[in-house]
Design a binder for this molecule. Structure first.
Ligand code: BGC
Length: 368
């Protein structure tokens, strides 16, 4: 079992000879450990203490790393080139039809058959300066991969800042105009899977509306109010409350329209709290949307890194993103990256114990 270390800050690199090319990094900073593997740039561990000092991994991860190359659950992974579903896998870009690979019913999901989540990323740098730990990874996606135009060079930097915050900094440049929507697909269970479901977690989301979807789970382009629906998380709400209201979805799988912020500020998008352990996660982001997905298709067939089976509603993913299918809905915020431009996005996962949560729900913070 992983233990809190004696020194305040460290970075480590682990190579496993039985998996050539695979590297795992461990960032440790003042009581929090973050593990990342270069397959899908996936977060495989976030260890924090609860109010009794129990140190647990509070994210879902595969016990066997070979699953990271082939899976449809995206545990902890960076998802791209374009997260969420694009109906029919096609859209118009500057008057030309783009056809993407189809990997989810009739639709394109999470970057296609082998999206960024399943690729081997390169470790660019790993360091700490006594205050914060940093690990940066990059992936070059060839022109035409999964049908996307242009060679896209993407990078993700993880920064563990010593104040309980994990920063995810995304950047990308492209040789041709192409859609980009990068997210991270970490699933949280703030009990460290001691409780096999997140039904007892409280969630608050800074959103008064959500994007409607059709039966195929793709966006209709219509924005609807959350008021008087099970999607109203403007004040803390138990996940158990509304999780049974969505028929075939079997739980939450919705994109929330986050309150807008002035440029260069991050919105406090959501707060996830677990009353028994006192653990709390606050998500800040520069992105306009948040997909909340409560692991509705987990069926116990995966035994996670905690040695426990992952069952339905075992965890919740809080995926900061562009609105689903934005490429097909021109009134949604634009997601096309042009040559010469730099795609930049930031998300912060901030960990604390319940009583430490400060500030107002609509607090905005700067990030430079
Ligand atoms: C999507 C779900 C999908 C899941 C796959 C989520 O981001 O919203 O619809 O089933 O990813 O693990």
């Amino acid at each position: 079992m992983h233990k809190i270390q004696n020194e305040n800050i460290s970075v480590d690199l682990v190579r496993d000879p039985s998996h050539p090319g695979v590297v795992q990094v461990r960032l440790y900073n003042r009581g929090i450990t973050v593990d990342v593997i270069n397959i899908g740039c996936a977060i495989t561990g976030i260890y924090t203490s609860d109010r009794y000092g129990n140190y647990k991994n509070i994210v879902a991860a595969f016990g066997d790393i070979s699953f990271y190359r082939v899976n449809d659950v995206y545990l902890g992974a960076v998802v791209g080139r374009y997260a969420n579903r694009i109906q029919g896998g096609c859209f118009l870009l500057d008057g030309r039809e783009v056809r993407l690979s189809i990997n989810n019913g009739h639709n394109h999901l999470h970057g296609g058959v082998e999206g960024f989540s399943h690729k081997l990323w390169s470790l660019v740098s790993l360091q700490h300066n006594g205050t914060e730990c940093r690990a940066k990874f990059s992936y070059t996606s060839p022109d035409g991969e999964e049908g996307y135009p242009g060679e896209l060079i993407a990078s993700v930097e993880y920064i563990l800042d010593g104040r309980g915050r994990l920063h995810l900094l995304y950047e990308a440049v492209s040789s041709q105009s192409t859609p980009v929507n990068l997210t991270n697909h970490t699933y949280f269970n703030l009990t460290g899977f001691e409780d096999p479901t997140v039904l007892g977690h409280l969630l608050t989301i800074n959103a008064a509306s959500y994007t409607e979807k059709n039966a195929g789970n793709t966006s209709t382009g219509i924005i609807l109010p959350v008021a008087e629906t099970p999607l109203d998380f403007r004040t803390p709400r138990l996940l158990a409350d509304g999780i049974g209201c969505f028929g075939a979805d079997m739980g939450y799988d919705h994109n929330f329209v986050l309150q807008q912020n002035p440029e260069n500020t991050l919105i406090r998008a959501a707060v996830l709290q677990e009353p028994a352990t006192g653990r709390s996660l606050t998500v800040y982001t520069s992105k306009p949307g948040l997909q909340v997905y409560t692991a509705n298709y987990w069926d116990g067939s995966i035994t996670g890194i905690q040695g426990k089976p992952y069952i339905r509603h075992g965890a919740v993913a809080l995926e900061t993103q562009a609105f689903p299918g934005s490429v097909r809905h021109r009134h949604f915020p634009d997601t096309i990256l042009r040559p010469g431009e730099i795609y930049r996005a930031t998300t912060i996962f901030a960990f604390s114990l319940g009583d430490e949560i400060q500030g107002q729900h609509n607090e905005a913070i700067s990030h430079n």
